[in-house]
Design a protein around this ligand. Structure first.
Ligand code: IPE
Ligand code: IPE
Ligand code: MG
Length: 251
């Protein structure tokens, strides 16, 4: 991408983003929170395009948490409307760019119209090869683990899984979308250093990047900064630095 400090051979496969700070962005400008969410959509458009251009394979966007259902009704309604609007306006562009749309979360709580729009987007983009675009919607990390445990227990009752032989790989197959690799990089905009119930199982070894930039201001250059920072990290997965370097040399 013309930036000599970004190495194209070490782009994270899966980038997950906690898109936070819309409300504060608006507040700082004397505008309503809802206007902040509207501006946030521009950032979504830009980052979907940029992530694909950088060669990211999976981009997961935390669009709405289970806890967000407790926000004022007008804000919840507007957030759902905005998602609906995004899917309506961007679907053609997403298809043109060969992007596959997916969704994770407790969708039974999502308004029918939005759900239909999502189903259409998933249907029409299935098999897209450039990038997977995953919306975490009505999503909670603990809920995902509980939902996985529920399905697993049912299968155990049916004799399909043996509790004695349960391991992490078997368990992970019960998560919402087991085909996705774990995030390599977790980005949070809006400065808060917390995970807010996002992908709790999957972020076990993700590199975390928190920026003060509010989501509505986040653009390709900010994503590039995050990727450059990621590339400077040494991922050790519990090993020593020497082991990691030796492994890299021999492998
Ligand atoms: C993120 O921005 C959008 C959602 C949670 C849906 P916020 O609305 O949380 O913005 P702040 O954190 O209040 O600034
Ligand atoms: C996390 O942001 C959820 C999304 C970005 C969708 P929140 O604003 O809801 O998180 P907290 O409340 O600050 O932890
Ligand atoms: Mg917030």
């Amino acid at each position: 991408m013309g930036d000599p400090s970004l190495r194209p051979d070490r782009i994270p496969r899966h980038v997950a983003v906690i898109m936070d700070g819309n409300g504060r962005w608006a507040q700082q400008r004397g505008r309503s929170r809802i206007e902040g969410h509207r501006e946030g959509l521009e950032a979504v458009r830009a980052i979907v395009r940029a992530a694909g251009d950088f060669g990211v394979e999976v981009l997961t966007l935390y669009a709405f948490s289970l806890e967000n259902w407790n926000r004022p009704q007008a804000e919840v309604t507007e957030l759902m409307r905005l998602l609906d609007h995004y899917l309506e306006v961007e679907l053609e562009e997403v298809m043109r760019n060969d992007i596959e749309v997916r969704v994770v979360g407790r969708l039974d709580r999502v308004p029918l119209g939005v759900r239909k729009r999502l189903e259409e987007a998933i249907e029409r983009t299935r098999g897209g090869r450039a990038m997977k675009l995953v919306f975490a919607l009505s999503y909670g990390g603990r809920a995902e683990i509980v939902d996985a445990a529920r399905k697993l227990l049912r299968d155990a009752e049916l004799g399909k899984v043996d509790p004695e032989r349960l391991d992490e790989k078997t368990f992970a197959a019960y998560l919402y979308d087991p085909e996705l690799p774990d995030p390599d990089l977790l980005i949070r905009t809006g400065a808060e250093c917390r995970v807010s119930n996002f992908l709790l199982w999957q972020i076990a070894y993700s590199e975390i990047y928190v920026t003060e930039t509010m989501w509505p201001d986040f653009r390709e250059a900010n994503l590039r900064d995050a990727l450059i920072d990621y590339q400077s990290r040494e991922r050790r997965f519990g090993l020593t630095s020497e082991q990691v370097r030796d492994g890299r040399e021999s492998g």
